[in-house]
Every structure is written in structure tokens, then in C-alpha cells.
Design a protein around this ligand. Structure first.
Ligand SMILES: *Cc1c(COP(=O)(O)O)cnc(C)c1O
Length: 379
């Protein structure tokens, strides 16, 4: 089976792991954690990076630092991985679900602006969502597949309505925005280094951003809010720090990040060129500078989830791993009752997405096999 997305561990990973064991630095203190944070800060154009145990925990800490509290709402696209919504719930808040745009599958800023104007009022300095009476506490776009949406529009909404701008950048390592790194585009942006991401630590995450003050707070919160040198704690913190073992793998991965992202973009281009003429099938939208985390095909308009799943399983029968993708948050049991707007684009696209093999280690020969099989099944 040609796998969907597997880690590429052929660099210094083993050497650095041996070093962790030889030096006994396997926990949250160690040279690799600091080095990894430096590499992520530099790669994303952030003053610093705070390494976390996972993307989800990074998101939870970022939202907490931004002031998201029990009973609040956070604006979120419904088309995202469940972790984005879970991090909001971990704060005791609810997502306010909005639609994505067809061109990049990311939260649509014009929809956000319209819904705020239609449903919110300012009361005692807070933005209140009138239908629920809840405070809107943050704006949280997602860099879907490593596409970066119109962040100037989100920045201006964030300024106008005084909403912290927190981005789920879990799959965005390597993405550019107008040729610039994305670390300064939002108050905080959260990356994931889970096993299927372009760069992996086995598991892990990092928080970067334009707000040095919030980053300091995230660092404090993720390290149990300890005030050294004694056992003093000034907040209810989290045990969310990345370990040296995770960071050792991450450092070895980051040494090759440019070639990884280059390969991801190459795979996207190859699929676009080879599969775009199959009638009524399309490929994934790609913004300029996208990191192209996953690639694949979109089945024709009107195809049901079952029909798409059937095509994916026929591709798998040919020895090629192909899977459906994120089922939106409003279709998930824990989020059926949260505030939501029309989710027309979300409901048009999610049922039709098939991800195809796109590991950074995929060979040209494997790509040729994938293309031949997909063309045969989808013709
Ligand atoms: C992978 C991913 C996450 C979760 O990150 P973990 O490191 O697995 O906790 C969150 N959001 C999105 C969009 C992701 O793709």
C-alpha cells in the first residue's frame, strides 16, 4: 500500500534521540526543546515560539491566554479538524460556526463581518452575540491545508471589534503570505507536529505570534504557571510543555523543512497537472505560498459522502491509500447545538474530498502509480 502521509525520519532523528537517552535529558528540560523553539520562531518569523505537547494543548493555552472563558463564544469555521472546536470547549466556551470560501476552504472574512454586524452589539466594552446573550471572545481562522486566507481582512475585523486573533495554523508549517512568513499575521498562531503533519515530533505543537505579551503568558501557562525558585504558582496553569524527546525528533525534522515543503508543493502540482482534466473532478484549492499539507481530488458536484467513500475505497483496492477528509464540526455530536450560520460551502465540499498519498518521501514512481489508478477509476 502506498501510504497517505507517513513521517520521513531519515535524517538526524535517531542520533538526537540517542543523545537524549545518553544525557538523560528526556523530559521537559533540555537543549533540544530550546533549539526547536528557536527553529520554529525563525521559520515562522516570530520573536519566539513556545513548544507544547500537542497542537490541541497549544490551542487551549493560546485561547486561555487570549482571555477566552467559560460561557464565551469563539468564531470558528465549521470546516476544520475537531481539535479546533475541542480547544474552545476545553476553555468552557462554544464555537460560533461560520462558513468557508470556495477559493481557499478557509473561514470567509466577509461572512464573518456580515454575521457580526447582523447579530452582535457592544455592551460594557464587550461584543455580545444577541441571540445567545454570550460574549464573543476571539476570532479563530484556520489555515486549511496550509492555505492562508485574507489575513488583512481578519486583522481589520479583529481591530474593529477588539477580538483577539488566534489562528489554528496546525498544518501550515512552511506556508507564506505575500512571500512573508506567517508568524506576525495574528496575535497567536498554533502549529501541530502530529505524526501526519509535514514536520513531526511524534506529537507536539508550538505557539508563535505577533503579541510578545500573549506569548509570554502562553509560556507561563504551559509550564504550570510556576514562579521560580520555589514551589509557587500564580495561576491555574497546564502541564503542556513539549519534552526533549519530542523536540529531538523535531530538530532533526526542521533541519529538512525546506525540502519537505518543496516536496509537498511538488506533489500538489503533479496531481493538479495529471488529474485536472478528468471531467467534473477537481483538485484542492491552492493559495499563493500555500504549504500544501495534503493533496487529493474533489469528486463532482452533487456527489454524496457515500459515493465519494466508494471511490476512495476503489482507489484503496489498487494499493493506494485514499481517504475522506474532515467531517465539519456542525455534524459532530458534541457541537450539534452551538450557534451556527449558513454553512453552504462547507456542506458542498466536505463530502467530496479524497486525500491521496502525499508523504514527503513519496517517489516519482509512486506518484505515477497513484495517477494511473485515479485516472482509471475516475474517468
Ligand atoms: C492536526 C490538527 C490539529 C491538532 O493537532 P494535534 O497536534 O494533533 O493536537 C488541530 N487543528 C488542525 C486544523 C489540524 O490539522
Amino acid at each position: 500500500m502506498i501510504p497517505l502521509a507517513v513521517p520521513n525520519l531519515s535524517g538526524n532523528e535517531r542520533k538526537y534521540l540517542d543523545d537524549c537517552i545518553d544525557t538523560t535529558f528526556v523530559s521537559t528540560v533540555g537543549e533540544y526543546v530550546n533549539r526547536f523553539e528557536g527553529m520554529i520562531a525563525q521559520n515562522t518569523g516570530s520573536a519566539e515560539a513556545v513548544a507544547t505537547s500537542a497542537g490541541t494543548t497549544g490551542l487551549h493555552a493560546a485561547l486561555t491566554a487570549a482571555g477566552v472563558k467559560h460561557g464565551d463564544l469563539v468564531i470558528l469555521p465549521s470546516f476544520t479538524f475537531i481539535a479546533s472546536a475541542n480547544a474552545i470547549r476545553h476553555c468552557g466556551a462554544d464555537p460560533w460556526l461560520m462558513d468557508v470560501s470556495r477559493t481557499d476552504w478557509c473561514l470567509d472574512p466577509s461572512a464573518v463581518l456580515k454575521r457580526i454586524q447582523a447579530e452582535c452589539v457592544r455592551k460594557y466594552g464587550n461584543l455580545i452575540h444577541e441571540p445567545s446573550g454570550k460574549k464573543v471572545a476571539a476570532l479563530m481562522p484556520v489555515y486549511t491545508l496550509g492555505n492562508i486566507p485574507d489575513m488583512e481582512a481578519f486583522r481589520s475585523i479583529s481591530l474593529e471589534y477588539q477580538l483577539p486573533l488566534i489562528v489554528d495554523a496546525a498544518c501550515a508549517i512552511g506556508a507564506k503570505y505575500h512571500d512573508k512568513d506567517f508568524g506576525q499575521l495574528a496575535d497567536l498562531s498554533v502549529l501541530s507536529f502530529n505524526g501526519n503533519k509535514t514536520v513531526t515530533c511524534g506529537g507536539g505543537g508550538a505557539v508563535v505570534g505577533a503579541s510578545d505579551k500573549l506569548l509570554e503568558l502562553v509560556r507561563h501557562l504551559t509550564t504550570t504557571a510556576r514562579v521560580w525558585p520555589d514551589y509557587d504558582f500564580d495561576m491555574v496553569g497546564f502541564n503542556y510543555r513539549m519534552t526533549n524527546v519530542q523536540a529531538a525528533i523535531g530538530c532533526a525534522q526542521m533541519e529538512r523543512v525546506e525540502s519537505f515543503v518543496e516536496r509537498k508543493r511538488y506533489v500538489r502540482r503533479v496531481y493538479e497537472e495529471a488529474l485536472s482534466d478528468i471531467s467534473d473532478f477537481t483538485t484542492f484549492p491552492t493559495t499563493a505560498g500555500a504549504s500544501c499539507w495534503f493533496s487529493g481530488i474533489v469528486t463532482p458536484e452533487g456527489y454524496s459522502f457515500d459515493k465519494t467513500k466508494e471511490i476512495a475505497s476503489r482507489i484503496r483496492e489498487k494499493g493506494i491509500d485514499a481517504k475522506t477528509f474532515w467531517k465539519p464540526i456542525h455534524h459532530q455530536k458534541p457541537y450539534a447545538d452551538v450557534p451556527m450560520e449558513t454553512l453552504q460551502v462547507t456542506d458542498e465540499i466536505w463530502e467530496r474530498i479524497i486525500t491521496l498519498p502525499c508523504s514527503t518521501g513519496i517517489t516519482d514512481d509512486e506518484l505515477t502509480q497513484v495517477i494511473a489508478a485515479v485516472r482509471k477509476i475516475c474517468k
